[in-house]
Write a protein that binds this ligand. Structure first.
Ligand SMILES: NC(=O)C[C@H](N)C(=O)O
Length: 507
């Protein structure tokens, strides 16, 4: 044991001496020589092209958007069994590639007898009938792939999106770590509706005595209504982790989470999912008002997006038209170190700009903009894409449009909040300074939840102010929207591995 610990500390690897065999991504990044020794590599065949004495295949294990080119020489029988989608293990040598398009290839010499040095080998781990395989090589429509969501991660774009999610998540974690935040685990089951929009899913216990329990879940019956609530009170899937994070921020000061959220929203737009992931952060004991919150969000996004891996981002933007290329350039420009700070305007200024625009173009919008009304997507789109031409923070909305927890400004009309609107995505982040003054908050909450504060369900939130309440701020960022912005993905259903929306939950 002691010896093993010593070895692992000497090996320099964070995970100790243990190491799984290299992935294709790791292999492609490793040096190679013409006399490289034989190794084995495993993956799925993405494509195969056979000639008389040679065959070429692209092998992938999903670790990289770039596959490994395998070259089979000698007339091996094994090559016949290689079809698109089959899982294989190959023995060969990683050598410099004479061909254009890749600098390394995996040479499998099937002309040599097994006993000879550097003899190549093909071992089919799992066959795949190319006639029946749903993931054919020609372009497949997004709808078709949504119908085959259990297989769609085998396409380049979905695999790249899933890897991009992973990298963004790691970049987020690095950024927050550098800023002294603690990653925390907040509950999925909750009794509150943080956003007050009444769009939460209610959960119910399945009757444990019913004979169908133990069979597929759809066969089980809900517990009769008269049975007691499992938690002694109604439970919901959380719509936001904010309130719980605020409770933790009064102790740990800087906290964040990247967690699933659920909204029972029936709108079938490309911007909403019933189950989505949200990055949410709350930090206490800091001042600076809404501008300080925007500074933090801007720094976070710039750093997280700049660090996104070019190969996956390229794979996602590949094949876009001139408009797409322009969008990609605008994205790079928005996060570049040279770029000026993102534009900030108040809600009042935004409405004025929209009204001026309508004055000159009466048919510009379906909904007329006016102070006190919600900004519609078409308004946000115009502000970010036309007026500003980049990300824009809109701050200080009318209090009546925003939830109870936002800090009231001295003007008595607006709250210290912001929405960050980015071109082609719309609202990417929403945040605010939280109301820390107990009396102001209580008044707001009584107006929203009634004099009994929702039968006392929110008393704890007021307590946070009563016992050492401190100035604090926070925000929430839709993770799928971030993925869509970085990857040029227009519909959030393609920004998550298994999308769920009203009427649809495959698998
Ligand atoms: N944490 C969050 O979800 C942010 C919140 N919706 C806000 O706009 O302040």
């Amino acid at each position: 044991m002691i010896l093993r610990r010593c070895i692992s500390s000497l090996s320099g690897s964070k995970t100790g001496a243990f190491q799984l065999p290299p992935t294709i991504r790791q292999l492609l990044a490793s040096p190679t020589t013409p006399d490289a020794p034989a190794i084995t590599v495993s993956g799925w065949i993405k494509s195969i092209r056979r000639q008389k004495n040679v065959a070429f295949a692209v092998l992938t294990d999903g670790s990289s958007s770039q596959g490994l080119q395998a070259v089979f020489v000698g007339n091996g029988e094994g090559v016949k069994a290689l079809t698109n989608g089959s899982a294989v293990r190959l023995t060969g040598r990683l050598v410099p590639s004479p061909g254009a398009g890749q600098d390394k290839e995996f040479l499998v010499d099937l002309g040599k007898g097994k006993a000879q040095a550097n003899a190549g080998e093909v071992h089919v781990l799992g066959s795949c009938d190319p006639e029946l395989y749903p993931i054919q090589k020609q372009a497949l429509s997004t709808e078709y792939l949504r119908d085959h969501s259990h297989l769609r991660a085998r396409t380049d774009a979905i695999a790249a999106m899933i890897r991009l999610r992973d990298s963004l998540q790691k970049n987020i974690s690095t950024f927050f770590d550098d800023q002294g935040f603690v990653y925390t685990h907040t509950p999925i089951l909750t009794g509150n509706d943080a956003e007050g929009a009444g769009e939460s899913f209610r959960i119910a216990e399945m009757s444990s005595t019913h004979p169908s329990v133990g069979h597929p879940p759809h066969a089980a019956t809900p517990a009769p209504a008269h049975e007691k609530e499992f938690f002694s009170r109604p439970a919901h899937l959380t719509v936001s982790h904010q309130l719980h994070l605020e409770a933790l921020a009064t102790s740990l000061s800087r906290v964040y989470t990247l967690s699933p959220c659920f909204r029972a929203e029936r709108s079938l737009t490309g911007r909403h999912l019933a189950e989505f992931w949200m990055l949410e952060a709350e930090w206490a004991l800091t001042t600076g008002g809404v501008n300080a919150t925007c500074d933090f969000v801007e720094a976070c996004l710039r750093s997280v997006v700049r660090g996104a891996p070019a190969t996956d981002v390229d794979a996602l933007w590949k094949g876009k038209d001139a408009d797409g290329e322009e969008r990609r350039r605008a994205l790079d420009d928005a996060v570049s170190l040279q770029r000026e700070p993102w534009v900030r305007m108040t809600y009042t200024e935004a409405v004025r700009a929209l009204e001026d625009h309508v004055h000159q173009n009466p048919a510009a919008f379906e909904y007329a903009p006016a102070w006190g009304r919600t900004l519609q997507s078409e308004h946000e789109k115009w502000l970010a894409e036309k007026l500003v031409g980049g990300p824009v923070f809109i701050t200080d909305y009318p209090a009546a449009l925003k939830p109870f927890y936002m800090r009231h400004n001295d003007d008595g009309k607006t709250v210290a909040c912001f929405d960050l609107i980015v071109p082609h995505v719309g609202e990417l982040v929403g945040g605010s300074v939280r109301e820390e003054r107990a009396e102001v908050l209580e008044e707001q909450m009584r107006a929203d939840f009634g004099p009994d504060l929702g039968s006392g369900a929110y008393q704890w939130y007021l307590d946070l102010r009563k016992y050492g309440g401190a100035p604090h701020m926070g925000f929430g960022m839709g993770f799928e929207r971030l993925v869509g912005w970085v990857g040029g993905i227009d519909n959030v259903r393609e920004s998550i591995p298994f999308p769920r929306w009203a009427g649809r939950m495959l698998l």
